[in-house]
Design a protein around this ligand. Sequence first.
Ligand code: NAP
Length: 311
Amino acid sequence: MIPFISQLSAAEQQMWLEALSIELPNENIVLASDVAPEQRQLCTIAIVANPDITTLSSFNNLSWLHSVWAGVEKLMANLQSSDIKITRLIDPMLSQTMAEAVLAWSLYLHRDMPIYAKQQQEATWLQHQYTPANERRIGILGLGELGCESAQRLQQNGFDVMGWSRSTKNLPSISTFSGQEGLLAMASRSDILVCLLPLTAETQGLINTELLEQMPKGSSVINFARGGIIDTDALLHTLVNNHIKHAVLDVFDQEPLPTDSKLWQQPNVTVLPHISAPTQLQSACKIVANNIIEYRKSGQLPVCVNKAKGY
Ligand code: NAP
């Protein structure tokens, strides 16, 4: 028996249950709430979507969790010191969806859409100088599954693309950086800085005053990763004094973003409700199912989260 443990609505849980059961006809997939307390210790594998930790802990014999989300920071916060192996969703379709979002919002900033939208409200006819894409430098923080695909999509669309990661990378036509020095060097050349890092102890508050002030005056920030990677007060300060021209934010410390957050009212901020790359149910179920089938066949787990690194 494999429980599906999540805090999704009853209707959403039912959709996941049905789709997973179709992909795993030889497994008994059940909702966590339908597993009696005395049966819970029989479960060694669970499929999870942002599970409630109390419910997760009641399954006290788990050895492997497969998440249907790509980010695992909440699981890490609770299970980093446990022996439970964690696999997160690695789905090419998700990477393509994110690359599409990165391209869309980079174009939004590149073609000055926030400025022209504001000018229309004021009935202002004013043409700003056009910058060709190959002169627009875009730095990507994080060159993993999502960052690499996004960097390539931007590069294919003519942008001057750079990327920063923990380990050094060699990507065709993309300048790559690593380390603290590399971070500041890339930031100082980025007209648009896109965050696609995981939230870990090392990346918490990484986009801070020092980094933002290192960026060229009039540059912009896109955060599609996790809210905690940006120091919000530092960002607001640089937005108010117009050092940073615009920020597109899809993720926040607290979600939904509280109605009294200053970010809602800040004119040079675009607030998005965590929509840049939603998990695609059918595609995710196929990937989870293939991993479980392979594990049953060979005893081999797919790539698991590196708990020492936290991602
Ligand atoms: P990933 O494959 O694990 O890639 C993470 C990248 O960040 C890697 O390049 C890694 O470097 C780099 N990195 C991590 N810690 C670093 C550090 N301290 N210094 C420098 N580089 C560091 O993750 P992913 O699948 O691309 O996903 C990234 C994040 O996107 C997820 O964790 C999640 O939070 C977020 N996400 C958001 C949405 C949304 O809808 N907004 C959807 C899905 C995911 P190495 O390559 O050297 O390891």
